[in-house]
Design a protein around this ligand. Structure first.
Ligand code: NAP
Length: 277
């Protein structure tokens, strides 16, 4: 039987984080989960007494993170797997969306995840083992109008994960960016921040996208419980990948993007080569 691990998962109150915590607990692992209210902490800890440990933390409270990690290492045990799951989607036409909303999007989805990894890495380096998992998105590979800030944040996290993976592989630490397609979580519902409309020029391109996403919320293709099972498989892997897509939609859309990009690179190859020498 596989060894039981300590998982630290940010954002276990709903969606992927909750499903992954539940699955990991049911398989005998111990899970430290972050939440943002006392009520959510109690609900989480009662879900599996003695194995589920709640910690109240907003991932943008960067200065608080190192102490939370150090305390968990001392009281619960060595963290084997960190899952940076906490995050949200900002939806809005870029020109209409205030820069402050971009800062918030990057604070949560990028800076929060990096701050968590920085806090855990000294412990993992000392042990020469560990697995950092960052939940990105298919929006970290493909883009669509109306989610520029979100895609920017997820492209950033994909890039950081991949580069970090190369830095820490010789130290026995794996980094995986997990990019889900559309799943039935609270992402497009209560969690989404929607910038108000102000420029009529964008009505034609953007209004159908916003309406479509609202209508689809709760009916997406992906099942978070199946994502949790896939992530547990990832955690058990002796050779985890740098990138893992989840969902048939993510697979098809990312493959299309990569082949379109490859075709465009070829089309412009002569110009690209013209700058050498
Ligand atoms: P969700 O159901 O809305 O869950 C988001 C979780 O993140 C909640 O636990 C939330 O806590 C937490 N969170 C948000 N901001 C936080 C902050 N500043 N500090 C600490 N915790 C925070 O949505 P989800 O789909 O499971 O989202 C999880 C991750 O998957 C996100 O990174 C999201 O971008 C990514 N993702 C989702 C989809 C999808 O289709 N669902 C697709 C690709 C990627 P509260 O309950 O306190 O708000």
């Amino acid at each position: 039987m596989a060894t039981k691990k300590v998982l630290f998962i940010t954002g276990v109150s709903s969606g992927f984080g909750r499903a992954l915590a539940k699955r990991a607990l049911s398989e005998g692992h111990r899970v430290v989960g972050t939440v943002r209210s006392l009520e959510a902490k109690e609900t989480f800890e009662l879900s599996h007494v003695g194995h589920a440990f709640g910690r109240i933390l907003d991932v943008t409270d960067f200065d608080a993170i190192p102490a939370v990690i150090a305390e968990v290492e001392a009281s619960v045990g060595p963290i084997d797997v960190l899952v940076n799951n906490a995050g949200y989607g900002h939806e809005g036409v870029m020109e209409e969306s205030p820069l402050d909303e971009m800062r918030r999007q990057f604070d949560v989805n990028v800076f929060g995840a990096v701050a968590m990894m920085k806090a855990v890495l000294p412990f993992m380096r000392e042990r020469r083992r560990g697995h950092l998992i960052n939940i990105t998105s298919m929006g970290g590979f493909i883009t669509m109008p109306g989610i520029a800030y979100y895609c920017g944040s997820k492209f950033a996290l994909e890039g950081i994960s991949e580069a970090l993976g190369k830095e820490v592989k010789p130290l026995g630490i794996a980094v995986t960016a997990v990019a889900p397609g559309s799943f039935r979580t609270d992402w497009a519902g209560r969690s989404m921040v929607r910038a108000p409309r102000s420029i009529a020029d964008y009505d034609a391109i953007f209004d159908p996208i916003r309406a479509g996403r609202e209508a689809k919320s709760g009916k997406q293709l992906g099942d978070p419980e199946k994502a949790a099972a896939a992530m547990l498989q990832l955690i058990e892997s002796a050779a985890p990948p740098a990138h893992l897509l989840l969902g048939g939609d993510a697979l098809a859309l990312v493959r299309d993007k990569l082949s379109a990009m490859s075709a465009e690179i070829s089309e412009w190859e002569k110009v690209s080569r013209s700058t050498d020498g």
